[in-house]
Design a protein around this ligand. Sequence first.
Ligand code: ATP
Ligand code: LTN
Length: 334
Amino acid sequence: MIGEQKVLFSGMQATGNLTLGNYLGALQNWVSLSEEYMTFYSVVDLHSITVRQDPAELRSRARKLLTLYIAAGLDPKKNCIYYQSHVSGHAELAWILNCFTYMGELNRMTQFKDKAAKHADNINAGLFTYPVLMAADILLYQADVVPVGKDQQQHLELTRNVAQRFNAIYGDVFTIPEAYIGKTGASIKSLQDPAKKMSKSDENPNASIYLMDDPDTIIRKFKRAVTDSEAQILYRDEQPGIKNLIDIYSACTQKGVEDVVREFDGKGYGEFKLAVGEAVVSVLKPLQERFAQISRDKDYLDGIIRENAQKAEYYATKTLRKVQKKVGFPERVH
Ligand code: ATP
Ligand code: LTN
């Protein structure tokens, strides 16, 4: 809580090009939650260097991601949109929390195991303590809720455990956060293999719709989407490809799944795929236009970046000073 308002924290990494899955599963929810909470939405660039990055590319992607937050509908005057690396408290609190997190706990993290297998030549300590930095992000702002995908639930559980452990020793320092798992668009699947989630790191570009894809590309990818030979548009697990297309159409048009099934009753897959493609284009086109417009206004964006970093820093420092005092660091002399 900050004052009377509940706090929400979430973040995304600027690695790869964002997909429709990221938008429908995360960004769109963020926008709908932004009225209800005091929100902090970070571009978590400290997390990004746990795998090797090209510096110029990371910088450019981070700025694009921050712009995209605004283009998606997050008003930067109301939502604190900022780069994690601009607020040094994240790294400072992460160090302290490292000393309250057990190796055994971190060893159990499935994301660490997956990433270590993927980057066997660079299993660095940052990759191992990644969840502790994530805990610091959340606890620094005394967040009550954290919208995350299923894959991040384990990290959130760790955050709660570390916060409770700290509170048990030093008193009520941290708010214990709850995960918020969105309802609509919770899991958008790959267009080429509906058993897998749509992911920005997928090697097959036809598997994902990227937020910056042009209309022709979007329509073409939907035409090629893998379905089945049942020749009926029903929402059921036996038809995962069609189910995914219904989910996408439903999330883009805000129509309920049952209404969608009724709308396409007796229609062919070709017609349905085209309709889904067009629904996606009508969501992404305005987003792309806003993105282009905001990107052109460098001064506006720089102003937002500066102001929001200061705002984040203010709240972060409050928690950090409290924590530093609790663990026994000498007070600052002014
Ligand atoms: P990577 O391929 O690099 O693992 P990703 O595309 O899976 O990336 P993340 O960076 O892990 O995406 O996630 C950013 C946010 O988007 C998270 O909140 C996550 O839950 C959400 N998200 C990612 N993919 C999907 C998807 N296919 N459906 C719904 N939400 C998704
Ligand atoms: N690990 C998350 C990104 C992330 C995050 C956070 C999400 C970093 N810090 C704090 C919620 C709260 C991911 O890869 N999706």
